[in-house]
Design a protein around this ligand. Structure first.
Ligand code: NG1
Length: 414
């Protein structure tokens, strides 16, 4: 965490008075459960000890000015006319303002943000921004939001930016407790704190490839959202299950039966063909919150579904291993997750494979890519005494950075 006094000083320098409030929103590392959240299936992330620090003061003009020490150009957005921002990070601010439109309408704010979270993908810098800003502004305007509400609004704000985020990041950043992972379920929404056993440390390592959620990565992510929706629709059709609304693999009643039937799915299929086959409205598959996917584009279906269904089982196995204190078994689930993401979900890269392998070889219980993939970061679970070795091996594999992270509390006022 950046020293809050430095953030206060920077605020004074820019805005000319002390901030009324300082808040911190951590980044997150997903331990396991990758690309399951937007299918309504569980995840097991931690909040970490790095994140974004916010200094804020209220104004009376319904204008929100946000300065970031990491991103160019100040955002200066009227709460009455948010919505046409061209700078990518300004769109997150506008999304948050939209989600707070019911709160203290006449108020504005001056905000300064500084962060020690890498922005290259996988550690959730975007959700630290959306959750921290939502929490900070709501508290500043007199309406501190409970954790679940905060997570829901921040996720909705991010969907406006165009990524069909499942809600894992915002939930763990809002609700995490130090020393625990957070098991999150989505259908129906639920969460529980999972105590991390003694003798378990975490290292994260950059692949050296940026994976920001613009352009190609957004398209690749959304393709998987659509591919798994097609799979859910087809599996429900085969199993005679009625799915309402958006077809989610987590809603195909019997996951065991679905895991068997998955091999009967076509390797690739277009949304339009799936909708015709299942006599369903194609919009249920291709319509995303802020984007529309080409219904004629063939996308992988079988291998995507195979990964998601098996990954949900691995989350259960990983949680059970943590509860039992069986760190080898926990590491094994992480390795299997990585292999499945590489082979079936096709979202790993040679650099992520290399850094994960190097960390395992240096003594980690297990290692895997974390977050959406396509570059960004990998995480290793290791014995505390192996941390230095694992960091060194990761740096040698990719040039770094690599560092230890600790399971920390979620968003908080300082
Ligand atoms: P990253 O790549 O860390 O932003 C994204 C999604 C998650 C989840 C993972 C894949 C956002 C904000 N987050 O994480 O909800 O779907 O990919 O498991 O889009």
């Amino acid at each position: 965490m950046i020293d809050p006094d430095l953030v206060r000083d920077a605020f004074v320098e820019r805005f000319g008075g002390a901030p009324e409030l300082v808040a911190f929103a951590p980044g997150r590392v997903n331990l396991i459960g990758e690309h399951t959240d937007y299918n309504g299936l569980p995840v097991l992330p931690i909040a970490i000890d790095r994140g974004a620090t916010f200094a804020l003061t209220a104004t009376e003009d319904a204008v929100v000015t946000v300065v970031s020490k990491q991103f160019p150009r100040e955002a200066r957005i009227s709460r009455r006319a948010a919505g046409r921002e061209s700078e990518p990070w300004h769109r997150y601010v506008a999304g948050v303002l939209d989600e707070l439109r019911g709160i203290a309408g006449g108020k504005g704010a001056n905000v300064l943000i500084d962060s020690d979270l890498p922005t290259s993908g996988g550690l959730s810098s975007s959700s630290a921004l959306s959750v921290g800003l939502t929490a900070g502004l709501a508290a500043l305007w007199g309406d501190a939001l409970p954790g679940e509400d905060l997570a829901r609004r921040a996720a909705a704000a991010e969907r406006r930016v165009g990524v069909e985020t499942g809600g894992m990041d915002q939930t763990v950043i809002a609700l995490a407790e130090a020393g625990h992972a957070l098991r999150i379920d989505f259908l129906p929404p639920a969460h529980r704190q999972v105590a991390l056993p003694e003798g378990l440390a975490f290292v994260v390592a950059a692949s050296g490839e940026d994976a920001p959620k613009g352009g190609a990565v957004r398209e690749a992510y959304n393709e998987r959202v659509v591919g798994t929706r097609i799979a859910a629709l087809m599996l429900a059709d085969m199993l005679g299950v009625d799915l309402e609304g958006v077809p989610l693999l987590g809603a195909v009643a019997d996951i065991d039966a679905a895991s068997v039937m998955v091999e009967e799915l076509p390797a690739a299929m277009a949304a339009r063909a799936a909708a015709n086959a299942a006599e369903a409205n194609v919009e249920r598959i291709v319509s995303l919150s802020a984007a529309h996917f080409d219904s004629a584009k063939k996308v992988p279906v079988k291998s995507y579904a195979r990964h998601v269904l098996a990954e949900a089982e691995r989350v259960n196995a990983a949680e059970a291993a943590l509860v039992a204190g069986d760190l080898k078994a926990f590491g094994k689930t992480m390795n299997e997750s990585h292999d499945s993401l590489r082979q079936d979900y096709r979202c790993s890269t040679p650099a992520l494979d290399r850094v994960a392998a190097a960390m395992r070889k240096a003594g980690a219980f297990g290692a895997r890519l974390t977050g959406a993939g396509f570059g960004g970061y990998a995480v290793a679970a290791c014995p505390p005494e192996a941390v230095a070795r694992v960091i060194e091996a990761a740096q040698a594999a990719t040039g770094g950075p690599a560092f230890e992270v600790r399971a920390s509390d979620g968003v908080r006022l300082l």
